[in-house]
Write a protein that binds this ligand. Structure first.
Ligand code: PEP
Ligand code: MG
Length: 756
């Protein structure tokens, strides 16, 4: 069999499996088959024990799984790991490194071919085939196994990263299990696991026909009404604990429950003869899949809401609904997916954390957890209930890690961190009313990034002095069609009013790249180098003009708005925008609406804009550095691509040197400079930005207090010295090391964890 054919078969069958050991078993079975060998085995790294363990075999005795272990350099497998190269031996037992394990029964086998499985330059395991016959494997067989090992590195890495190994090789449910998930809500927590078993899974409902459609309709409608009441009461319970805009999420659920698409289509399917459950499953599937197909991550995450709604209605219909017992002490809730209504059934003081086996950081579950200040980790993958329920777990929301059945010393360490964090938060609250000023009295403006109306109040509550980046594409992304001028005017005005008289930097539509509009699809070979930001809006003049008019109208009588252009890469773009702005102002004047001309600025996100900054500077009133895109384009790294994302680092010397240059040139032209990418929220990077003399930092509201603390702790002179030192360094690691040493010395050690 060709390697590709064998691989295709493995990947096809793997889709149907639900556990890591099934996957490992599938691999050894199929590889043994395809190579016509007598044994195929996989060894994987066990980092906890610092050795290599046999995790699957077809041909050796099954009892050896989990018990045959070798250190690096020990035995043939250890030899392969140490030298990172394959071994092809006509008789393995003759090799000087051979070590005999009686439990394997391998004395029957002579021929041995082992290849390392390498992921991102690190050996993570070894794939071995063996034969009864005394013979070397052929060059073709070698090539086959190398190809298979290279392709399986990804899946095997996943097995390892979820540390299923511990669960695989032991039946002892008290073993510590550490899992890596996706960030949901920051924080550190410790508590007993409260496992919420999913109700009967709607996804497993088969297409069944019914006898009495009218009865099914009644069942469906009653369930729908019950869920509406449930959502309503969930919302009421949390009304005083979360900001109004997060509370509005419950309204979104209610709207979905009233949505014709769900109600009507389900009822139509019942009339076609399906049971209520089958009809509901079909409707929910088709809507959720529509969202799941979308490129935009935010919209994709909305599929979760639809599935939650479906699950709730189904639970009510199948009478599996039960009132959740509220525990006496704070617990870590663990489930496959948790909806906001399920979370609302727990008083916030009884929630130590939230862990979902599925889900993303953009889910409303994560939004609610953030608003409640509850640590949340999403997408950890399947874990059997029996191994974790009622056991103690610790959560590190900063690193998106959960450790179930945590050992005593680990618990102690985490309790110490929790105490440290409590002190940090208490200290930060006191800073709210104080200015962001260095110890030698240099003032820096601290602004919030927003895009959702839901983000307005957290910014104000945390002392934001304005909005440094309003991502106007977000309201566009939440619509079904391009929002009208009036609709846009209304949304923009709400933000401007909420912050007045503080400044709001409205960025014009920045779609393209990873941000797509569901109603204006286009595919590109290379979207990040394609129709993005100002390129898109200038080519779609009427959309742009409508937005500019809406922005101008929204600011009438408030006058705190500035307009900022994304993805500028050439002077002609700014000139073309100025013509459009003039047109919009003239039009409005002719319509009898007098509007003041706002300040205009550009984002520096593309290297070419940085190189022609002098020419651009003559045309604008301010500069804002988009460090996310600038880093990606300078380093040619897509940070959403897992193969290269580890190379994405804004502390790279090239990025630091570029930002320093931008600030210098802007100041020479007497322009204020802000920075509004993620870098603005990194305490270590902020030390450098203070040293460069940055005027404004804009970040998500959550990060404002800690960055204010950094600014108020250091002097500008000290930051300048640090900058000089860092500009002479050549690697990202050495730069971070110097900056973190400075944070520790300044008494800001607690922020190193929070910033990472
Ligand atoms: C940036 O690129 O740094 C930025 C703030 O813009 P966005 O993240 O919205 O692309
Ligand atoms: Mg950007």
């Amino acid at each position: 069999m060709e390697p590709l054919q064998a691989l295709r078969k493995i990947f096809q069958e793997a889709g149907e499996l639900s556990s890591a050991d099934e996957l490992l078993h599938l691999i050894v079975t199929r590889v043994k088959e395809a190579t016509h060998s007598d044994v195929c085995s996989i060894y994987l790294a066990d980092e906890e024990r610092d050795d290599w363990v046999l995790v699957a075999t077809e041909g050796l005795s099954g009892e050896a799984i989990g018990s045959v272990r070798m250190r690096t350099g020990e035995g043939l497998v250890g030899y392969i790991c140490k030298h990172q190269s394959l071994l092809n031996l006509e008789d393995g037992s003759k090799h000087p490194n051979y070590r005999y394990f009686p439990e394997t029964g391998e004395e029957h086998f002579a021929g041995f071919l082992g290849v390392p499985v390498i992921s991102f330059r690190r050996v993570i395991g070894v794939l071995v085939i063996q034969s009864y016959e005394t013979r070397c494997f052929s060059a073709e067989e070698e090539a086959f196994l190398i190809t298979i090992a290279a392709q399986l590195a990804g899946p095997l890495k996943t097995v390892l990263s979820q540390e299923k190994l511990a669960a695989l090789t032991t039946e002892d449910s008290n073993d510590q299990i550490k899992v890596q998930g996706i960030k949901g809500s920051a924080g550190i927590s410790i508590g007993k696991v409260h496992f919420l078993a999913p109700f009967n899974d709607l996804a497993t409902v088969k297409d069944e026909r019914c006898q009495h459609p009218d009865d099914e309709i009644i069942r469906f409608r009653e369930a729908l009404e019950d869920v509406k009441l449930e959502v309503q009461s969930g919302g009421d319970k949390l009304a005083s604990s979360v900001p109004q805009d997060v509370h509005a999420l419950f309204g979104v659920y209610l709207m979905m429950l009233d949505n014709d698409m769900i109600v009507k289509q389900t009822e139509e399917r019942i009339h076609e003869g399906f049971t209520a459950a089958s009809a509901l499953r079909q409707t929910i599937d088709s809507h959720a899949q529509e969202f799941e197909r979308m490129d935009d991550a935010y919209l994709r995450a909305r599929a979760e809401d639809i599935r939650h709604i479906g699950a709730r209605i189904y639970a009510r219909m199948s009478a599996h609904h039960h009132i959740i017992d509220v525990p006496d002490e704070p617990v870590i809730l663990v489930s496959k997916l948790l909806s906001i209504t399920e979370i609302a059934q727990f008083p916030p003081d009884k929630l130590a954390g939230i862990v979902c086996m599925e889900g993303s950081s953009l889910s409303h579950t994560a939004v609610l957890a953030n608003a409640l200040g509850v640590t949340a980790v999403m997408g950890i993958g399947d874990i059997p209930r029996s191994k974790i329920d009622q056991q103690l777990a610790v959560m590190d929301g900063y690193r998106a890690q959960v450790i179930f059945n945590a050992s005593e010393p680990l618990q102690l360490e985490y309790r110490r961190l929790i105490e440290q964090e409590r002190k940090l938060v208490r200290g930060l609250e006191k800073l709210k009313e104080l200015p962001a000023e260095t110890t030698d009295h240099h003032r820096i403006n601290l602004y919030a990034n927003t895009g959702l109306l839901a983000d307005i109040s957290p910014g104000l509550e945390r002392g934001a002095e304005g909005v440094g980046l309003y991502r106007s594409e977000i309201p566009f992304m939440l619509h079904d069609t391009f929002p009208t001028e009036d609709e846009q005017t209304q949304v923009y005005r709400e933000v401007l009013q909420a912050y007045a008289p503080r400044s709001v930097y409205m960025r014009t539509l920045d779609i393209g790249g990873d941000k797509a509009l569901p109603y204006f699809g286009f595919t590109e070979e290379n979207p990040y180098l394609g129709w993005r930001g100002i390129r898109f809006t200038l080519d779609n003049g009427s959309i742009f003009l409508t937005q500019i008019r809406a922005l101008l109208r929204a600011s009438i009588g408030i006058n705190n708005m500035k307009i900022m252009l994304p993805m500028v890469s050439r002077v002609e773009e700014v000139d073309a925008f100025r013509v459009l702005l003039d047109d919009a102002l003239t039009q409005l004047r002719e319509e009898g609406v007098e509007v003041k001309r706002p300040s205009i600025g550009i984002m520096i996100e593309v290297p070419s804009a940085m190189m022609i900054l002098e020419q651009l500077a003559k045309r604008v009133d301010f500069i804002s550095i988009g460090s996310n895109d600038l880093t990606q384009y300078l380093l040619a790294v897509d940070r959403n691509n897992p193969k290269v994302s580890s190379l994405y680092n804004f502390l790279n010397p090239a990025v630091i040197c570029s930002i320093h240059r931008i600030v210098r040139i802007a100041h020479q032209h007497r322009l204020k400079v802000s920075l509004c990418g993620e870098m603005a929220a990194d305490p270590a990077a902020v030390l450098l930005l203070i040293g460069m003399g940055i005027d404004t930092l804009s970040m998500s509201a959550f990060n404002l207090p800690k960055i204010k603390w950094v600014i108020r702790t250091i002097s500008r002179t000290r930051a300048e010295t640090l900058l000089t030192k860092v500009l002479a360094l050549e690697s990202e690691d050495s730069i971070r090391e110097v900056l973190e040493a400075e944070l520790i010395q300044a008494g800001l050690a607690g922020l190193i964890r929070a910033g990472s």
